[in-house]
Design a protein. Structure first.
Lengths: 502, 345
């Protein structure tokens, strides 16, 4: 049996960066080929060459052992190459069926044949075992189901090669299981898949072969059975990483932040507190109300009842600036949309929350500002040649550090991290963990929302688990393990039985 | 990496940094060439002075518009506010009224009223959540209507001489070149706004809010307050522009400056302010207004019909915006590249 797709000695250079350096690899039919590497290792460039977005400088791309020659997104699509991106490319206001056939509708004469499309959509969804009606509006679906729609869309175009780019980054464990089931089904149909992920646990579960990339070069390709976690991490980082979750446990201090009986549209009667010197994990399924609670507490969204106390002081509603003034920092999940002004520089982003502290007389002191920013850039290990670099051009991990710098400059002492390491490479991850540990050592309190169980278990002093808008339970570090957290996350609370997902 | 492309890159970046300046030179060269072909000299001292003087008013409304554009908004009420505020208080500026007060009082009243209307704009946008386009569109009509109600079909004319000095005064003459009071006023205004935007906490918040209003809120910026102040300043400046305008024409009337908000957009766009907010420099406005002023002046010199002039403006806006959008993107990329290279050496 021939190869489905082959990269032969491909190089690609961008101004100043060698994105790919003589990379060769291949994909067999019915294979899941995992590609791992830090951000900037060349994975995305590789996938963009496959999908025809970029043309290689040297080397060639072969499909069914035949050189492809010119490749464009259109040509790639005609050859049955489909991409499932991290950011989904579906239209929320359209129905499932309309999304699946968007751009390649089934026609009868000049008219669109809705009936035929409904039927075909149902077949496609059934073939991957997704129980969603073709008429449902996509905006009413969970992220996981939206992803399934993307897969169905790829299949509707007779995809033979599917590239998954971080498909699980916003899925819960149960949804990941569902995705893996579908991937297994696709494997049975002879579809070849590239699978890019930062979550190393899952690649051992789903992968057949693995390729490790670093700095635009291929470090290794091997059957997954011959690899272990240590080898993979070492290959990615180019060094051996012992334990990423380094924690020291300082003495606990006063209660810094407390939510009392907080109620809102998506959460009810939430009680939680965090003390100085403590990291609180807030776990639960996506949609369990974790993000909604902290957003309301910080004043971004309204809440209907309850209190938010900072050092015992009651906070007003809908007033993020007051919370920020009281030393609360918020690191949102969606850094690009909620955390940063991408077309401004590191400097302009880093000082934005501390302007009043830095320049009490409102006139900007340029020298002091630059000195402060440089100081924090160095402390946080932000890798950028200058502090004037536009945040847009930084990697995910570095962007997260800029958001962190923004709050450190305000001398905040209470940090709310919403998915602090989502989409961040292994190296930056461990430096963010050690920063969190350092912060609580200095007397800060941290609330960390995370969908990654190892992260929650590894970093938290205490874990609150949310299920369906309520705190389902609180577990101490010593008693917490995968099982206890997952059990609580899936627990049904009687009051929320009436609420169901559409 | 060799040296020469780096130098070249630097040069290209300089062009993209000062794009408006290069458009300005191109436009100047164009009219100079055409006039020269007809055997005339285009750039005479007196013509320069006329162009700059005309550019003064455009600069004021351009700044007013730019403030709104920088936050990602727009201010359509500029012309109507010019009319309403001056019509309301203009009688106090009429020449030889026996009970005349010092002209500074009506001037302050006009600007104050403008700021008050700006407050309304700001509140509509922040507290009622109206898109800036709709909110200022509504106040545009409302203010024009009020202006007609206040004065009917009359005209306030024959204004106080001391006041008119503000719009027509000449400080010094040099051959044909007149250094006028408005030039000084506008220069002060430019320096002040530029300082406010670049060197104060408020200015930083304006740019940040304009670039990403959601992230601004997550960063603890009082975005509502920033927006309200921007519209207060923008609309107050519009009222001030009304005074300059009236002083030059020696009259105030309810129907004045209907096109002002649109001229202001033209000036801001050509001056390199991005409609999407958060990008552009206030000094670009100066270039933008001089460019527009040259084009109008040049077309008049060539006695081109006014209908055709409007058409030319339309085409020019298309080119200027396309050019600027390209340059903004290129500028950011180049800036990034140069950063990388400077570091790697």
């Amino acid at each position: 049996m021939g190869k489905l797709l082959e990269f032969r000695n491909i190089s690609k250079t961008f101004p100043g960066v060698k994105a790919l350096d003589d990379v060769s690899l291949d994909l067999n039919p019915g294979e899941v080929h995992v590609v791992v590497g830090e951000n900037g290792a060349g994975k995305s460039t590789m996938m963009k060459i496959i999908s025809g977005v970029y043309a290689p400088d040297r080397g060639e791309l072969l499909l069914d052992d035949i050189p492809l020659g010119r490749n464009t997104p259109k040509i790639a699509e005609q050859h049955g190459i489909a991409m499932i991106y991290q950011e989904l490319s579906i239209v929320p206001e359209l129905s499932v069926m309309e999304n699946i056939f968007l751009g390649h509708e089934i026609r009868r004469g000049i008219l669109i044949d809705r009936k035929a499309m409904d039927k075909r959509a149902e077949e496609l969804l059934a073939s991957i075992g997704v129980k969603v009606s073709p008429g449902t509006l996509v905006k009413n679906l969970s992220i996981a189901n939206q992803q399934m729609i993307e897969i169905a869309k790829a299949l509707s175009k007779n995809a033979r090669v599917i590239v998954f780019d971080e498909p699980t980054s916003s899925l819960t464990d149960a949804e990941i299981k569902e995705l893996f089931r579908i991937i297994t089904a696709l494997r049975g149909k002879g579809v070849g898949m590239f699978y890019i992920s930062h979550r190393l646990e899952e690649i051992f579960e789903i992968g057949d072969r693995i390729t490790i990339m670093r700095d635009g070069r291929k470090i290794a390709t091997a059957p997954i059975a011959e690899m272990d976690m240590g080898k993979v991490v070492e290959g990615i980082a180019g060094r051996r990483i012992e334990n990423v979750f380094q924690r020291h446990f300082p003495a606990k201090g006063e209660i810094l932040l407390e939510l009392k009986d907080l109620c809102g549209e998506r959460f009810q009667h939430v009680n939680l507190n965090v003390r100085a010197g403590e990291i609180i994990g807030l776990a639960g399924l996506v949609g369990s109300g974790r993000s909604e609670v902290v957003r309301a507490a910080f004043g971004i969204d309204p809440y209907s009842a309850g209190e938010v106390l900072v050092r015992g002081k009651k906070m007003p509603r809908n007033n993020p600036q007051r919370l920020a003034h009281e030393g609360v920092a918020f690191l949102p999940e969606d850094r690009k949309r909620e955390g940063l002004a991408l077309s401004l520089s590191i400097r302009e982003n880093a000082v934005i929350s501390a302007l009043r502290r830095l320049n009490p007389l409102t006139i900007v002191d340029g020298r002091r500002e630059r000195a402060t920013v440089r100081d924090f850039v160095r402390k946080l290990g932000i890798s950028s040649p200058t502090i004037e670099k536009l945040v847009h051009f930084l990697s995910g991990g570095t962007q997260q550090k800029v958001v962190l710098a923004k709050w450190l400059i305000t001398e905040a002492s209470i940090f709310i991290f919403d998915e602090p390491t989502r989409g961040i490479d292994v190296g930056s991850k461990s430096s963010i963990y050690s920063l969190m540990d350092e912060l609580v050592g200095l007397g800060a309190g941290i609330v960390m929302i995370s969908s990654e169980l190892p992260e929650v278990l590894g970093m938290s002093d205490r874990i609150y688990v949310m299920a369906q808008g309520r705190i389902a339970g609180e577990i101490d570090r010593e008693e917490a393990d995968h099982v206890s957290v997952i059990q609580l996350a899936f627990s049904q609370t009687s009051a929320s039985q009436g609420r169901s997902l559409q | 990496m060799t040296q020469s492309p780096l130098v070249l890159k630097r040069a290209i970046k300089a062009v993209t940094d000062f794009s408006s300046l290069f458009i300005l030179l191109a436009v100047l060269a164009f009219f100079t060439a055409i006039t020269a072909a007809a055997g005339d000299q285009y750039l005479t001292l007196s013509r320069i002075s006329v162009i700059l003087n005309q550019a003064c008013f455009l600069t004021v409304i351009g700044i007013a518009q730019a403030l709104a554009l920088l936050t990602g908004g727009i201010n359509l009420s500029i012309g109507s506010v010019m009319a309403l505020t001056t019509v309301l208080w203009g009688r106090m500026l009429v020449g030889n009224a026996p009970d005349a007060v010092h002209y500074i009082i009506p001037v302050l009243l006009v600007v104050g009223t403008g700021m008050l209307i700006g407050l309304v704009n700001g509140l509509l946008i922040t507290k009622l959540g109206m898109p800036p386009f709709i909110a200022t569109f509504a106040t545009m009509y409302a203010c024009r209507g009020l202006a007609w109600l206040a004065l009917g079909k009359k005209v306030i004319y024959n204004l106080n001489g001391d006041f008119r000095y503000l719009g027509t005064g000449v400080v010094a003459r040099l051959d044909g070149f007149s250094l006028t009071v408005p030039m000084f006023v506008v220069l002060i205004l430019l320096v002040a706004t530029s300082f406010m935007l670049r060197r104060t906490n408020f200015g930083r918040q304006v740019y940040f809010t304009g670039t990403n209003a959601i992230a601004a809120r997550f960063s603890g910026i009082r975005t509502d307050r920033v927006l309200i102040w921007v519209y207060v300043l923008s609309t107050g400046l519009a009222a001030f522009a009304g005074l300059l305008y009236g002083a030059r024409l020696n009259s105030f009337e309810p129907g004045m400056a209907v096109m002002a908000p649109f001229d202001a957009i033209t000036v801001a766009l050509i001056g390199g302010i991005a409609m999407s907010g958060g990008y552009g420099s206030i000094w670009g406005i100066l270039c933008g207004s001089i460019i527009v002023s040259i084009i109008y002046n040049g077309m008049n010199t060539l006695s081109i019909a006014s209908e055709l002039q409007t058409l030319v403006m339309g085409v020019l806006i298309i080119f200027a915006v396309a050019f600027n959008q390209f340059l903004i993107k290129r500028n950011m990329e180049l800036r990034n590249e140069l950063d990388e290279r400077t570091a790697s050496r």
